[in-house]
Design a protein around this ligand. Structure first.
Ligand SMILES: [Ca+2]
Length: 219
């Protein structure tokens, strides 16, 4: 028994020295693919750029590049350097903000030569949202969304979900929740109801936004 424990300890020690134990998924990473969903503008026609904030815990200079690889209207490309404690703000043209239920190529690609964190602010007049970016190495293949909807017909608000693709040829199956008999989503000229499923194939940097007049929670 002693020999077994000893050999196990040696095995673990060697693995740690070789750096072969992967770190658990977290929000620090060296690659992100992000998107910005539609936001409402109350009482003004002023447009607001998309905001990204990028920081790091690294003691050395970290080189970061932010691009919109499949979007050129206008194209975006910015490279900068940050280190421990610094936060760099990136402003991106609001044309990258999604509109309606649509498939487009508005993915924002962030790469760095060490781990960084990224969060975004989606600002409009009287309607601000923020989100934490999840790096590509922490992404999964199954998600449930929680959404909000003023479903009383007074405001022109909708619930919405957004998907950004990291890989070419990604097949995504979307299933609408069954909880609301009046729920519907119209995508690609087809109307889907409670419990319906449909599949969308997306390539790298493609972005999909789906909206509904009803609460999409559970999609
Ligand atoms: Ca990480």
């Amino acid at each position: 028994m002693t020999c077994l424990i000893l050999s196990l300890c040696i095995g673990i020690s060697l693995a740690i020295q070789a750096g072969s134990i992967p770190s658990p998924p977290d929000n620090r990473g060296d690659e992100f693919v992000l998107m910005f969903m539609e936001n409402l503008n109350y009482g003004t026609n002023k447009t607001f750029p998309l905001e990204l904030y990028i920081s790091t815990q690294e003691q050395r200079d970290v080189h970061v590049t932010v691009t919109t690889p499949k979007w050129s209207n206008p194209a975006f490309n910015e490279t900068f350097t940050i280190k421990d404690g610094q936060v760099h703000k990136v402003l991106i043209d609001d044309a990258l903000r999604m509109i309606g239920s649509d498939l487009s190529s508005k993915g924002i690609h962030i790469t760095a030569d060490a781990e960084v964190v990224c969060y975004g602010a989606n600002k409009m007049s009287l309607s601000n949202d923020v989100f934490l970016g999840i790096p590509t190495d922490a992404l999964g293949t199954e998600y449930y969304a929680v959404t909000h909807c003023d479903c009383d017909g007074i405001d022109d608000t909708k619930s919405e979900v957004g998907i950004a693709s990291v890989y070419d040829g990604t097949s995504i199956t979307i299933t609408l929740p069954k909880s609301d008999p009046n729920l519907s989503v119209t995508y690609n000229s087809k109307k889907y109801g409670p419990g319906d499923s449909f599949t969308v194939t997306m390539d790298r940097y493609d972005t999909l936004q789906l909206q509904s007049d009803r609460d999409l929670t559970g999609i």
